[in-house]
Ligand binder design. Structure first.
Ligand code: UDP
Length: 468
């Protein structure tokens, strides 16, 4: 039997397109620039149409396999997404080890890369003698919070939201306890234990690759890139965003509509693949946009009054009709606004010269996409690490404005209208626009042939190749 000598990496993305997309970019770079082949192993639970199509569009030297489904019947129906994903990862270890062993039979598997919630799967790689790495699809701030959790868990006795002072981690902007990542907001919930456990598992990785770049978090990058005993080396390899074409058709008509609008005049409003607003908040947002008088494209999903992440596994709206919008809204805003259901070609919209602002839930992929195309933001975080991202973008990086919520948690139409006008026409808007353009240039430089992020990835690739 002649063994294929090409270095091969095996990648396990957490369910959710926001995890698959940057990992696919990582794989594509390793394939095209460093001569690797790759296999994606996916969870049966995440086999959405979007994911299958996405995997099929990757270069031919990127293959994919699926793990068998995991039984989660014993979990409470109210268990958080983070718990579901971590339990799935832990229960998939034996099947994953089998798949890795099979792959090793015919190929030179040089590394295994799991992402964010894959902490528990690293052990499967070690079992079969493959070096295990973590790819962290969010930023250094979130990585810092996770890495510090075991110590915080021991030192803090109250709920984090009751901390009297914002949490100040080395190199990071201070974060009020209530804005820290959502799965640690209730320390009695299983999700909290799972995330503390992740921090311990990360320590066992050979390295952590982070989808960020130094200039967007300069101080954190200085701190985390220093070698430190008890913590794997950290590499910043971003901003990796979806670059392949052909994924988006203009079925929603967004692009042809944008073609007819003035330069930098349109605010793009979207809450990522899973974000959903309450009925009341949806109304206020509609009225705020209308009142601002600015042009907009709004990706609207049916409201959900229970959970802000109601659409995490399926971006489709419950209904395509917009009967929940204020009466007459669509007619009154017909000349300035476009409302689309569920999903829009976000990258093409951000790239378009008519787009001048992005009201975003601050998912890290969306944030990086906005930076790569130089679009200033309004931060409207909902769940996961979005609230602390918002604090960083508004107070640290200064590339976003934020509309304040009232005591009841609802952002009212006046605050929305004011912030939208400020971003599109005001002085503060000008300042964040200027800063985001600077970061756009820095991000492009980091990913150029001899840029810092490309060099970091080359270093890792060479290390992996040396293991042949
Ligand atoms: N996205 C898109 N169209 C939409 C909503 C989302 O293309 O209508 C893409 C977006 O460009 C980004 C990803 O889905 O690449 C969302 O990832 P992010 O990390 O921003 O948020 P998540 O969906 O994970 O909350």
């Amino acid at each position: 039997l002649i063994m294929d000598q090409t270095p091969h990496i095996v990648i396990l993305p957490t369910p959710g397109m926001g995890h698959l997309i940057p990992l696919a970019e990582l794989a594509t770079r390793l394939v095209l620039r460093h001569g690797f082949t790759a296999t994606f192993i996916t969870y049966a639970e995440s086999a959405s149409k979007a994911q299958t199509a996405y995997l099929a569009s990757l270069p031919p030297s990127v293959a994919s396999l699926s793990l068998p489904p995991v039984d989660l019947a014993d979990l409470s129906p109210t268990a958080c997404i983070e718990t579901r994903i971590c339990v799935t990862a832990a229960r998939s270890v034996p099947a994953l080890a089998r798949l890795l062993r099979d792959l090793k039979d015919g190929r030179h598997v040089v590394a295994f890369v799991a992402d964010l919630f894959g902490g528990d799967s690293l052990v499967a790689a070690r079992e079969v003698g493959v070096p295990a790495y973590v790819f962290f699809p969010s930023n250094l701030l979130t990585l810092s919070v996770i890495l510090h959790l075991p110590a915080l868990d021991a030192a803090v006795s109250c709920e984090f939201r009751d901390l009297p002072e914002p949490l100040k981690l080395p190199g990071c902007v201070p974060i009020p306890g209530s804005e820290l990542i959502s799965p640690i907001q209730d320390r009695k919930d299983d999700a909290y234990r799972w995330v503390v456990n992740l921090a311990r598992k990360y320590r066992e990785a050979e390295g952590i690759l982070v989808n960020t770049f130094d200039e967007i978090e300069p101080e954190a990058s200085e701190v985390l890139k220093k070698v430190q005993a008890g913590r794997p080396p950290v590499y910043t390899v971003g901003p990796l965003i979806h670059t392949g074409g052909a994924s988006s058709t203009d079925a929603s008509g967004c692009l042809s509509w944008l073609d007819k609008q003035p330069r930098s005049s349109v605010l793009f409003v979207s809450f990522g693949s899973g974000g959903t607003l309450s009925t009341e908040q949806t109304r206020e947002l509609a009225l705020g946009l209308e009142c601002s008088g600015q042009r907009f494209i709004w990706v609207v999903r049916s409201p959900s009054d229970q959970k802000a992440d109601a659409n995490f596994f399926n971006a489709q709206s419950a209904t395509d009709s917009f009967e929940f919008l204020p009466e007459g809204f669509t007619e009154r805003t017909r000349d300035v606004g476009l409302v689309v259901s569920s999903w829009a070609p976000q990258i093409e919209i951000l790239k378009h010269e008519s787009t001048g602002g992005f009201l975003t839930h601050c998912g890290w992929n969306s944030t990086l996409e906005s930076v790569v195309y130089g679009v200033p933001m309004i931060a409207w975080p909902l769940y996961a690490e979005q609230k602390q991202n918002a604090v960083m973008l508004v107070e640290g990086t200064k590339i976003a404005l934020r509309a304040k919520a009232g005591a009841d948690g609802v952002v009212r139409k006046d605050a929305i209208s004011r912030t939208v006008k400020e971003l599109m026409e005001g002085e503060e808007g000008k300042a964040v626009r200027h800063k985001v353009k600077e970061l756009q240039a820095a991000g492009a430089k980091a990913l150029a042939e001899d840029g810092k992020s490309s060099k970091a990835l080359a270093e890792i690739a060479n290390k992996w190749k040396g293991m042949l």
